[in-house]
Design a protein around this ligand. Structure first.
Ligand SMILES: Nc1ncnc2c1ncn2[C@@H]1O[C@H](COP(=O)(O)OP(=O)(O)OP(=O)(O)O)[C@@H](O)[C@H]1O
Ligand SMILES: [Mg+2]
Length: 542
């Protein structure tokens, strides 16, 4: 990575970048710059290479070819939250972005030694304390600390969470910590990979405003159309079919319009040319028979060929997973019941005394604010976590299919195919491959280790595993995160037609509408109610 001359003002300059994943070409010949004030939306279908490109821009990996130069401090939010030392307090992790955590650690250490009965130790500690505090103050001090706390609250982190160590937090909470940390860092350039995943609706609205006002450079990957509409003034479209990065120097709405106009223009040019070619060929066919005109006919054929060759291909649309959830295996009238479930973390009650009965084929949405324990409840129902009180009563024939927010049901070291075979029980290799095909894993891609898959590909694989398990109760935790719009629509369609029971946790109003739930379970109180449209508004608040 080179240092850019600051006078040039470009915060990132990328020249002739080529990206590969293993042997596969993702993009070639990408040249662009991002200046202060540029807010770039980086879009493209799942697996196109967006995450790979931002990793390269962040200096985490090297491109196969080309040069990246950056002139400013870069804050990078990865799609995968698993970073950082697990024993660090959440608040300290945020403060570390400006080096404040170190001073606080020294102050805390000195505080302990100050109470020593040995006066030598305590006096030394007092000096240490005032040194540390001085450094702390000059780095922004208590004002910075409260700024960090405000930012953290804006992305939905409670003060309790901030006092926990990273190791005790959920994946969603850790991502929010990382997001707060980057925003707190004051980096000039922000590279954010799907920043709205795991955020509640309030935080998403807040983040939109924050990013729209960001003065430095910004590259944001998102499938959230409202966020793109509100924030970006340029769009980079990574076209996975052509391995090209198309650059549009306009905002989101205009980008959509000009892509459509481009596509129409290409179609028009194509049909004009095809007409010309037909005329030429017909003429040549007639002339070919006569020896005196055979040569002219030849050159007409050539000319026709050339015209066709000069045409841009009409671009293929992205392929989409076409899928149906299979008929669930038979089960009793109420396959899943639970009574008196409660869960405590430390001294905090998450939820208390939750009763639940999931009837065959019923659809239930779990609603609750961030931290109300929605993910915990699903984990308990799925049997991967145990409740502090209460119990699960499996009904006759119960077969649970659990979709975890963090894809923890995938074994990252085993291949796509192996993961599927484990989930499918008695299906054979060919049957499993055919389901994988409908989820867009074909050819060599079934041999990839699950760990290297892109975010959307992991989601697709996890859902494919549910499909082959013939489960009759699906527990779905944010199943539409990471999916590109076309795949999301397809999954929601399949969910709409599914005959089994579903317990759904989501921030996605569209997902709830597709499910057409009969009931809602409100956390942390565990109150059940019949579904009505007013609850849809609550989802956008939850
Ligand atoms: N080590 C690897 N070996 C093989 N393929 C890889 C490897 N790492 C990444 N890939 C593949 O590279 C492609 C691009 O991945 P990337 O994560 O950049 O996609 P993305 O555009 O961010 O997708 P999403 O929208 O799903 O997050 C994917 O098909 C992924 O499976
Ligand atoms: Mg990605």
């Amino acid at each position: 990575m080179q240092q850019l001359d600051r006078h040039l003002l470009a915060v990132i300059q990328a020249t002739d970048i080529e990206l590969r994943a293993g042997a596969e070409l993702l993009v070639a010949g990408a040249t662009f710059r991002v200046d202060n004030g540029d807010r770039v939306g980086l879009v493209g279908r799942n697996g196109a290479g967006k995450t790979t490109l931002t990793k390269v821009l962040a200096g985490q990996i090297q491109p196969a070819k080309g040069v990246i130069a950056t002139s400013a401090s870069v804050g990078y939010l990865p799609q995968d939250p698993r970073t950082g030392d697990l024993d660090v307090l959440a608040m300290d992790r945020i403060l570390s972005a400006r080096g404040l955590d170190e001073f606080i650690r020294r102050m805390r250490q000195a505080e302990v030694d100050m109470s020593s009965s040995d006066s030598k130790i305590s006096e030394k500690a007092m000096r240490k304390y005032s040194n540390a505090e001085e450094s702390f103050q000059s780095a922004g001090g208590y004002a910075a600390e409260s700024e960090a706390a405000t930012l953290a609250a804006s992305v939905g982190l409670t003060t309790t969470v901030l006092q926990q160590t990273l190791g005790t937090l959920s994946g969603g909470q850790r991502r929010r910590i990382e997001l707060a940390r980057i925003l707190f860092s004051g980096s000039e350039t922000l590279l954010l990979d799907e920043p709205t995943n795991h955020l509640d609706a309030d935080s998403i609205v807040w983040l939109r405003g924050f990013l729209a006002n960001h003065q430095g450079g910004l590259v944001v990957i998102s499938h959230d159309v409202e966020l793109l509409e509100a924030t970006v003034n340029r769009v980079f479209y990574l076209d996975a079919n052509r391995q090209v990065l198309d650059i549009y120097n306009v905002g989101w709405k205009e980008y959509l319009n000009s892509r459509e106009a481009d596509e129409r223009r290409r179609k028009r040019e194509r049909s004009n040319t095809e007409r010309q070619v037909q005329v030429l060929q017909a003429q040549a066919d007639r002339m070919r028979a006569k020896a005196s005109k055979a040569k002219a006919a030849q050159s007409m054929y050539k000319r026709a060929e050339k015209l066709m060759g000069g045409l841009e291909q009409v671009r293929q649309g992205d392929r989409v997973a076409k899928l149906r959830f299979p008929t669930p295996s038979p089960c009793g009238k109420t396959p899943l019941m639970a009574t008196g479930l409660s869960r405590v973390y430390g001294s905090q009650e998450i939820f208390t005394d939750v009763d639940l009965a999931i009837d065959r084929g019923s659809k239930v949405v779990v609603l609750g604010l961030n931290g109300a324990g929605k993910t915990t409840l699903l984990r308990i129902l799925a049997g991967v976590d145990t409740p502090d009180t209460g119990e699960i009563q499996p009904g006759h024939g119960l077969k649970i299919g659990y979709y975890a927010q963090e894809h923890e049901t995938l074994d990252p070291n085993r291949s796509v195919l192996e993961n599927m075979l484990t989930a499918s029980g008695d299906m054979n290799d060919a049957q499993v491959r055919s389901v994988l095909g409908s989820f867009l894993f074909s050819g060599d891609s079934v041999q990839k280790a699950a760990g290297v898959l892109s975010g959307g590909e992991k989601t697709r694989l996890s859902l494919a595993m549910l499909v082959v398990s013939s489960a009759n109760v699906l527990l779905l935790d944010e199943p539409t995160n990471n999916l590109d719009p076309a795949s999301r629509a397809e999954i929601l369609d399949a969910l709409h037609d599914y005959e089994g029971s579903v317990v759904l946790v989501t921030h996605d109003e569209g997902a709830v509408s597709a499910l057409e739930p009969e009931r809602v379970l409100l956390l942390p109180d565990g109150v059940e109610d019949l579904w009505n449209q007013d609850y849809l508004d609550l989802i956008s608040l939850a």
